[in-house]
Design a protein around this ligand. Structure first.
Ligand code: SF4
Length: 325
């Protein structure tokens, strides 16, 4: 499949402009993300229709806590990534090409229906580097009345993003830190990610964010406060999931201590209405309560979810809250 968003350069090279890396790719080479390849002077989306991993997950695992809580979603991943996080939890599929299964948008719709999924989540690796396939699937799922969810690092240029947004229902974007230096260390660009978050939210997509807290690396309190201010500048209602890090890939720092997670979660509460601690039991910050009156709205234990309301309105004080049911 020919890729979108590229131009021909001298000597049969091509320039991919899907993401801010703007890779100049030599004949028979590939971009930083591995899966966009120059075949005979044409940029090819080599991962089109090729799935490396698939599962039916609770939507809470994406994590999305305010989007059809308690539902299941067909989740698929591909190969490749346009960042190079030294702590990548999915490096087996993001840094190399693995065995894949061929599929099509229609087949995935069929699979989603078979397992009573609300739709599809593009996740596990960085799915937007497989832009053409995600776009085609998203169109097919939308036409079928099913939902599209992206779980992404947000590293995509505005033009392709704007083409995709009308088909996306919800997104969880990794906000890995809040300095350009931190992003640079992991092959990314903070400004691009901020733009993506803003464009999705203003484009009507349900947005939640995840911050992986590694105290030795991104645990600066001022940077964290700046990140919370940026989010609350868009809306205090955007849920923030603070995740605990475990040693993985090239990092061997000890796991994030529980008290660091709760400290940062308490700080974030000064700026935002919905703060959660992910992937770590015993820290609290799992339930959703009404920001107005404190009424319990959604109770969670592991991936078990109990909704105490079936609409985005508090049953006690009638205040609306940021959720899709
Ligand atoms: S999508 Fe891949 S090939 Fe294209 S600019 Fe980004 S890293 Fe490079």
């Amino acid at each position: 499949m020919d890729a979108k968003f590229w131009r021909a350069e001298k000597n049969q090279c091509v320039r991919c402009v899907l993401c801010p890396h703007s890779c100049l790719i030599e004949p028979e080479g590939h971009g930083k993300c591995l899966i966009r390849k120059n075949i005979g002077g044409v940029l090819i989306a080599s991962a089109y229709g090729k799935i490396s991993s698939g599962a039916v997950d609770p939507i809470e695992k994406k994590p999305l806590y305010h989007f059809y809580p308690g539902s299941n979603i067909l989740s698929v991943g591909f190969n490749g990534c346009n960042m190079s996080c030294l702590f990548c939890q999915n490096w087996q599929i993001s840094t190399q090409e693995t065995a894949v299964q061929d599929t099509s948008p229609a087949e995935l719709v069929h699979s989603a229906r078979k397992v009573f999924s609300i739709g599809i989540a593009y996740t596990y690796n960085e799915p937007l580097t497989n832009f053409e396939f995600v776009l085609d699937c998203a169109k097919e799922f939308r036409e079928s009345g099913l939902k599209n969810v992206i779980v992404s690092n947000g590293m995509i240029n505005p033009e392709p993003l704007n083409e995709l947004i009308p088909y996306i229902d919800a997104a969880n974007i990794d906000l890995k830190g809040f300095t350009e230096d931190y992003y640079k260390e992991h092959g990314g660009n903070l400004n691009t990610v901020k733009h993506t978050i803003e464009a999705l939210f203003k484009g009507g997509v349900h947005v939640e964010l995840t911050n992986l807290l590694i105290p030795q690396k991104n645990g600066n309190e001022t940077d964290f406060a700046n990140m919370c201010r940026f989010i609350s500048g868009l809306s205090r209602d955007i849920p923030l999931h603070i995740s605990g890090y475990f040693p993985q890939h090239k990092y061997d720092f000890p796991p994030t201590p529980n008290n660091a997670l709760t400290d940062f979660a308490k700080k974030a509460k000064n700026y935002l209405n919905y703060i959660y601690i992910g992937n770590r039991a015993g820290c609290g910050f799992t339930d959703t309560t009404c920001p107005e009156c404190g009424q319990l709205l959604i109770k969670r234990s592991g991936f078990k979810t109990q909704c105490l309301t079936d609409e985005n309105k508090c049953p006690n004080c009638s205040q609306g809250f940021y959720a899709v049911f």
